[in-house]
Design a protein around this ligand. Structure first.
Ligand SMILES: [Zn+2]
Length: 397
């Protein structure tokens, strides 16, 4: 009942957001192509549509899918949180932390829709897991069809006056080129703004930072995900699984065919805290569970290979040996979550909505690989070493 009330006020907020939203998000021009080509992204779900679709899914589910506003972006757009299931294992899934990486949002919508039905399979899943989804968690970036959010360093300093003398963080964009105008609308890469210390408070001495040091939770978008994560920790004791849905440039499959990689996956975002190279993270060693992250990735890989000889099968491993403690995945892996990265081929600037349906379906199937293997417990029996035999992508360092 309570959620119904929230939902009806949402409708109004969504409507006003759509009027305020920029009008140039539907088309972007791709740089570097011989003939300037316009790639449409209008087939993907935008922020206003997302609110309506989530409301419909929640209403159709008759209370099984609960919808909340978890927080607001810097430009005051709703960051939605959808929850379904009553199981004690929490699966947190996030999409569009980079706003030009869009398939994850539609894949999440499809999954929420199914899990809200009366099918016996959905019921079984709901008993075992609690799925929490943050679709389009960076809506300002999504509306601008770009990577960074819409926030100036001056706005950060306004909220954290202790940063007045500090230089802007290294992940702050102010450039302008054919595709992106960060000069008139600067912004941050939100996926470098996380910190494994979930209670971290920004301090001037930690700026400008770099890719191998933690972020600061200076953006409202990272703060929202952090707060959801902390509230789940409080309620369930643990966030069993965290999945972040991204896109990468188009790469070719390892076997030298002309087939593009459908997506790459990964379990590795920071060095193992109990290894010599991971000593900066030693205090997280007890929580960190790399083997479980590897098992989850193998579950995705297996589910995709089961599709047989189809475009769905071109799954590769994302480049390993990363040290990115400012990513959501790195920060949450150090807090004990099994973690999975999806990197679907082609951002919207290089691909638009080409193969949209297939790629959304592929992400969806990979996510069910995780959900099903956790529901029936089979993920815990996977040999984590099988992760090492997933092929690396050709043409990547
Ligand atoms: Zn990304």
């Amino acid at each position: 009942m309570k959620s119904r009330k929230i939902i009806s006020t949402l409708g109004v907020a969504v409507l006003s957001a759509s009027i305020a939203a920029p009008t140039f998000a539907a088309n972007e021009t791709s740089p570097g192509t011989p003939i300037q080509q316009t790639y449409s992204v209008s087939g993907f779900t935008d922020h206003a549509e997302l609110g309506k679709k989530l409301e419909q899914i929640a209403s159709d589910s008759q209370g099984k899918v609960k919808l909340d506003v978890a927080g607001y972006s810097n430009r005051n757009r709703e960051i939605y949180k959808a929850t379904v299931g009553t199981g004690d294992k929490v699966v947190l899934i996030q999409s569009e932390i980079h706003g030009n990486e869009k398939t994850g949002t539609d894949a999440i919508l499809n999954i929420l829709k199914f899990l809200g039905t009366n099918s016996p399979e959905a019921e079984k899943i709901r008993k075992e897991i609690t799925l929490v989804a943050l679709p389009k968690m960076n809506p300002d970036a999504a509306e601008l069809n770009r990577r960074g959010n819409d926030m100036a360093w001056a706005e950060v300093v306004e909220q954290f006056p202790q940063l007045a003398g500090a230089s802007a963080s290294w992940n702050y964009y102010t450039y302008k080129n054919e595709s992106f105008d960060y000069e008139s609308k600067p912004g941050f890469d939100v996926n470098r703004d996380f910190n494994p210390d979930l209670n971290y408070i920004p301090q001037a001495k930690d700026f400008p930072g770099k890719s191998s040091t933690p972020g600061w939770f200076i953006t409202p978008e990272s703060q929202t995900t952090r707060d959801v994560y902390k509230s789940l920790l409080k309620q369930y004791g643990k966030v069993e699984i965290f999945v972040d849905l991204h896109h990468q440039a188009p790469y070719y499959e390892v076997d030298g065919t002309d087939d593009l990689v459908t997506y790459s996956i990964s379990a590795q975002f920071v060095p193992d805290p109990s290894s010599p190279s991971g000593q900066d993270y030693a205090k997280y060693a007890e929580n960190y569970n790399y083997d479980f992250s590897r098992q989850l990735n193998v579950a995705v890989y297996n589910a995709m290979k089961e599709q047989g000889n189809s475009p769905y099968g071109n799954i590769s491993l994302y480049p390993q040996n990363q040290n990115l403690p400012g990513t959501a995945l790195g920060a949450f892996a150090l807090n004990g979550s099994g973690t999975v990265l999806f990197e679907v081929r082609g951002q919207t600037q290089s691909f638009g909505q080409k193969k949209k349906g297939m790629l959304i379906k592929a992400v969806e199937r990979g996510l069910y690989g995780i959900i099903d293997a956790v529901t029936d417990g089979s993920v815990y029996k996977i040999n984590p070493e099988r992760y090492e035999s997933i092929p690396l992508t050709e043409g990547r360092q």
